[in-house]
Design a protein around this ligand. Structure first.
Ligand code: HEM
Length: 513
């Protein structure tokens, strides 16, 4: 047997080389075959003979809207209906054809594998009204276009600052400034006095966002700044509500007064942004190699006539959408405090984690401590899981298919992440607040694949890093230094199903540790 393997060094080398070439050739063929099979699958996905998904009988006028009544969160109804009709089923809401998609594989099929076929957004009149008559002005509610692609690309460097980069360090410093202000206000209130958390945290987040994206900070007693914060929050509350009129547009006249109030809030925001932030930047703008901040990025694109062309009006809407992201973060933070007020043991664990990470008394927790504090990150993620705010609905931009069911162009697609967040088959004791579920046995942050609070694919959230950074810094610093205590006799039930809270929501006592 041995003689079979006895050959000269050059023959061995030649043979090895031939084997490597053959292996590479075969691997390449296999890759091509896989790619072509995938392409064929994608091509044949919509073949006229696929069946539409099953679903309940739809009534005239209301369709299946009545099936969503009586649930705290419509997505709970979707879970119950999925148990009857299967993971992918159709509904008519009013006259709008909808498909509800349950299950990780099916949701990823829509968001990722076929993201380009399902990248539209609903055409609700309310969305048009909110954005000066054209929902294409909105970053989150527009359909996909070259302008949206460019808007997302322009944002990337600003909303996803790389750890240790100059922008990340700048954000860390700005967080330090605002959290010092928060501490000052809490200490001034003293332990006996209940503090209304929402105005305090919204103002801090607003200043982080305006400082970071626009290089402008405001005094906390500036009435115009406080009006801006309030108006953004009003609009945020509004876009988080579901309206039957979205599906029954003939009900809209009943909302016309309210819609014009909303338009008034938007105009006030525009005036503030123009007068207090943008005008002087436009007047003094000079072309530079790299953008100083997001305002500079937008001015550079518009003034530099970059492709695709974006009007200054469109750029202003994009800026307002991003600065308005502070409302999402501020409301989320108040909800996080609502959860931890009921869980003093969670607060103690955050404090102990900060101490273990080397944060000594008198020193602030910084973004650099994040990797050493996975449990604290877990507190934020666990709150996001339980709140289960929905993925913004998508719309099919062409005839397509989901899980082998025919889905026609313009069908509205609900992606049921409530089930992904709350299913007992995916989580241990899903109803309980357990931040430790996001920490691996090795002590590292661990997010399961089925946890998709920021969506995915080409319409995924552009603000999730800001959410993680701002929430981490705020929660870590507050819980490291204070005990957050409920006020006797108050209800601390955290509303779920969307991020928004009413203006008068939770008060807490902040007691220095
Ligand atoms: C506070 C918690 C937040 C949650 C849970 C959240 C979640 C989401 C979700 C689920 C989507 C839709 C994803 C999809 O359709 O696949 C989305 C879209 C978006 N988010 Fe967030 N978000 C948050 C905060 C923010 C913040 C702070 C910003 C801005 C700084 C932001 C900017 C955006 C934008 C621009 C889109 C639209 C992207 C597009 O349609 O192309 N988000 N977000």
């Amino acid at each position: 047997m041995e003689s079979l393997f006895a050959m000269s060094a050059s023959t061995s080398l030649l043979l090895c080389a031939a084997l490597v070439v053959a292996a590479l050739f075969l691997a390449d063929r296999a890759r091509q075959a896989r790619a072509s099979a995938k392409a064929k699958l994608l091509e044949s996905e919509y073949s006229g003979d696929l069946q539409p998904p099953p679903g309940p009988h739809a009534w005239p006028v209301i369709g299946n809207l009545h099936l969503l009544a009586g649930y705290a969160v419509p997505y709970q109804a979707f879970g119950d209906l999925a148990r009857r009709y299967g993971n992918v089923f159709k509904l008519s809401l009013g006259t709008t054809p909808c498909v509800v998609v349950n299950g990780l594989a099916n949701i990823k099929e829509v968001l990722v594998a076929k993201g380009a076929q399902f990248d539209g957004r609903p055409n609700f009149r309310r969305y048009h009204e909110l954005f000066c008559g054209d929902k294409e002005n909105s970053l989150a509610f527009c359909d996909w276009s070259s302008v949206q692609k460019a808007r997302r690309e322009m944002l990337r460097a600003h909303t996803f600052p790389r750890a240790m980069s100059a922008r990340w360090t700048q954000l860390d410093g700005l967080l330090g400034v605002e959290l010092d202000e928060v501490r000052g206000r809490l200490d001034a209130a003293g332990p006996g006095q209940a503090v209304e958390a929402k105005p305090l945290l919204l103002a801090a987040c607003a200043n982080v966002f305006t400082s970071y994206f626009c290089s402008k900070r405001f005094q906390l007693n500036d009435p115009a700044f406080n009006d801006m914060v309030r108006n953004f929050d009003r609009i945020f509350y509004e876009v988080n509500q579901g309206y039957a009129a979205d599906f029954l547009p003939w009900l809209l006249p009943l909302h016309s007064r309210h819609l014009s109030t909303l338009a008034g809030w938007s105009h006030k925001i525009r005036d503030f942004m123009t007068d207090e932030i943008v005008q002087e930047r436009l007047d003094s703008w000079e072309r530079a190699e790299t953008a100083e901040d997001y305002v500079d990025e937008l001015i550079g694109h518009v003034r530099g006539n970059a492709e695709p062309a974006i009007t200054w009006d469109t750029a202003m809407f994009a800026l307002e959408d991003i600065v308005g992201g502070h409302s999402a973060v501020g409301n989320l933070l108040v909800k996080v405090l609502g959860y931890v007020a009921a869980h003093p043991e969670v607060q103690d664990r955050v404090h102990e984690e900060a101490v273990r990470a080397g944060v000594v008394q008198g020193k602030a927790v910084t973004l650099a401590d994040r990797t050493l504090m996975p449990y604290t990150e877990g507190v934020v993620l666990e709150s996001i899981r339980l709140i289960s705010s929905p993925i913004v609905p998508h719309v099919a931009n062409q005839d397509a298919s989901i899980a082998g069911h025919r889905v026609e162009k313009d069908t509205l697609i609900f992606l049921n992440n409530y089930e992904l967040n709350m299913s007992p088959s995916l989580w241990t004791k899903p109803e309980e607040f357990m931040p430790e579920r996001f920490v691996s046995p090795e002590g590292r942050l661990s997010k399961p694949e089925h946890f998709l609070p920021f969506g995915g694919g080409r319409r995924s959230c552009m603000g999730y890093k800001m959410v993680q950074y701002v929430c981490f810094a705020t929660v870590a610093n507050l819980l490291n230094e204070y005990r957050v205590l409920p006020v006797q006799g108050r209800d601390y039930t955290v509303p779920i199903g969307n991020l928004a809270l009413p203006w008068d929501s939770f008060q807490f006592h902040f007691e220095r540790r």
